[in-house]
Ligand binder design. Sequence first.
Ligand code: EPU
Length: 335
Amino acid sequence: MNGGQVPNTLRVECIAEDIRRVHDENDLAEQLVHADTHQIPATIVGGGSNLVLRNRLPGVAILLELCGTAFERLGDDDWRIVAAAGENWQTVVDGALQRGIGGLENLTLIPGSAGAAPVQNIGAYGRELSEFLESVTVFDRQEQCYSTLTGPQCGFGYRDSVFKRDAPNRYVITRLALRLGGAALAADYPDVASELADHRGTVDRKTVAGAVAKVRRRKLPDPARIGNVGSFFKNPMVTEAELDAVRALVDIDDYPAPAGTEGRKIPAARLIDAAGWKGVRKDRVQVWPRQPLVLVNLGGATGGEVLALATGIRDDVYRKYGVALELEPVVLGTD
Ligand code: EPU
């Protein structure tokens, strides 16, 4: 047993009873079979950028450090990128941009590992990972073997997938294959469009990536400097009638619901802002003044303190607008 701190971008203290770093798929399989056979709880940790951890994590934390990215050209503008789960997501995005491969430019600067990207189906500025995901290689803890799931088998939704719904119980992602090429530029998301409004010359993939990076740097705290997990709540889906009821109280935009879901999507940030939470501090946690969907650890906060503020926001937004906000990151551990 070799316990220790579980890495996480929220920068809260969380001690796992045991920590194992795995560098290859065989080692991972051995660790998982051992844990499952002995009924030791095993938690898979990638970049730790979408986790809210309480003080202690029972059992073993397995840190995925599987590395390597391959870029395979299948045709003129047709590529497959295969990335190991432990690769940094930005390495994949940069590798694609350097080779002129289009599609990932809107997903630049999202913190975390490649293996974590499918779990919450990362998305930003009009693009989602699921649009490009060909397959994932997983260790199936139920069958105790490796297998491949195609994109549709991953059951993707808005910030959701079969891995998030079942994780960490069944599948552990070790590799993903993306199929890219031919994607049109997506530059009409309001923040990106206004960033590009003064741009002279042609707008290409690198220009879009640059604009997205500028918007992110302006609005979102850098997890390398201030502890955070990006959006703390999902944008809620509401019915037309609920939307009317909210609109009687607050001026708010609405967007089409993601494929496969009913209703309209509304920005949680607007509700949190309207309820007066922007910039509010409680203990060592703050609602980020430039994007109230993000909660930041000002230094030394516990996961419990962050969750207490989130609960306060959720209850208040529900009381004021009748909309139930759902947490976006995964909460793990015990106090
Ligand atoms: N807004 C306010 N006050 C603010 C900021 C925003 O009222 O201070 C309202 C505005 O109406 C604005 C709207 O919220 O138009 C939407 O804001 P923004 O464009 O910043 O996007 P978001 O819906 O809040 C989502 C994702 C982000 C992603 C951005 C851009 C979720 C939960 N969040 O945020 O993802 O970067 O869109 O695509 O879907 C993440 O998942 O960690 C994340 C940061």
